[in-house]
Design a protein around this ligand. Structure first.
Ligand code: GZL
Length: 330
């Protein structure tokens, strides 16, 4: 039976911990040095990031680089795979060949991970997942996952859409990367949250979580449906921001002619919300670095760690965005 760690099953709350007796030892050479924990030596960690597709990703990458610093006892080997899973798997294989002490992956898509994770297990290199979840035949192939509850984010967006659609409403959807956990789970969550709402989905296509593709796909929607479109659900801020250009170019007013709900709550997304161009934004916290670094040290030291850690997310109205913007960290 294929197992999928569904963030939505994770308990609500700040850091839902489902402790297992998970531990790992590895006898890799790693790099010798001082300052790290994990027995005092510097830990060499390979991090396979998705790419640099969005503002959220930039914040997540910075959080990880800040946490996996020399001063914190790490030597970080960073790879961004340009959102190509085959490149990301190749990066993991490279980390295995370099005999790193641990591997961290933000998996681009949910499927295709069994083989390379088995190779890491055979090499006695622990794997920690951050951000996105995966489908695996055996969840002992990774030590732990830290991320956000995508299904809950979708439900929150769907509940807002239901509350907003007081009469029959035509909606279009900009989906995230095809086959990625956030795209799959946010869609599932939105449907659950919007159950019973008079919302008709005219079209739903991937914009690959990028501004450029969000704009291009929205241009296509507008050419096809014009002012029949009354609502846009963009599965991340960046696609929504790209769509703004298309909407205004079509002579329509975003936030008024087309109500817009997005997910991430990056600075630019909250700015669009505060400016009245978006109508509601659900947060997906990218600042996961400290939790992941703590997990890596514990796993390498053979300590028991929680299998899942779920970050807390909030949501924002236009007024809440204006109040939050001055203190936002990303
Ligand atoms: C969500 C993350 C998604 C963001 C996008 O945790 O995987 O990928 O929502 C990012 O902005 O590209």
């Amino acid at each position: 039976m294929r197992k999928r760690l569904l963030a939505g099953l994770a308990l609500a709350g700040a850091l839902a911990l489902a402790t297992t007796g998970c531990s790992s030892s590895n006898n890799n050479a790693g790099s010798s040095g001082t300052g790290g924990s994990g027995g005092g030596k510097t830990l060499t960690v390979g991090f396979a990031q998705t790419g640099s597709e969005s503002g959220w990703r930039a914040a997540n990458t910075q959080s990880m680089k800040d946490a996996f610093s020399d001063a914190n006892g790490f030597k970080l080997i960073f790879n961004a795979a340009d959102n190509k899973q085959e490149a990301q798997i190749a990066a993991v294989r490279s980390f295995i060949n370099q005999k790193v002490d641990a591997i961290v992956i933000a998996p681009i898509t949910v499927d295709g991970w069994d083989d390379v994770l088995k190779e890491a297990k055979d090499a006695k290199i622990p794997v920690i997942l951050e951000d996105r979840t995966i489908n695996v035949s055996d969840d002992s192939l990774y030590a732990a996952w830290v991320g956000d509850d995508f299904k809950k984010e979708g439900e929150t967006a769907g509940a807002w859409a239901k509350q907003t659609a007081t009469s029959p409403t035509n909606m279009v959807v900009l989906e995230g990367t095809t086959g990625s956990a956030p795209a799959l789970d946010r869609a599932t969550g939105f449907k659950a949250g919007a159950t019973g709402a008079p919302i008709t989905t005219l079209d739903s296509q991937t914009g690959n979580f990028t501004r450029a593709d969000g704009k291009t796909v929205m241009e296509g929607f507008l050419q096809k449906y014009g002012n029949k479109i009354q609502m846009l659900f963009a599965q991340n801020d960046d696609m929504g921001l790209g769509a703004l250009d298309a909407i205004t170019a079509a002579g329509l007013t975003p936030g008024k002619d087309i109500k817009i709900v997005t997910i991430d709550a990056t600075h630019d997304g909250l700015q669009a919300l505060a400016d009245g161009k978006f109508n509601y934004v659900v947060e997906c916290n990218p600042l996961l670095g400290p939790q992941v670094a703590d997990l890596v040290k514990k796993v390498v030291a053979g300590e028991s760690v929680p299998k899942t850690q779920v970050a807390t997310d909030q949501s924002f109205t236009q007024e809440q965005a204006k109040a939050a913007l001055p203190d936002r960290k990303y």
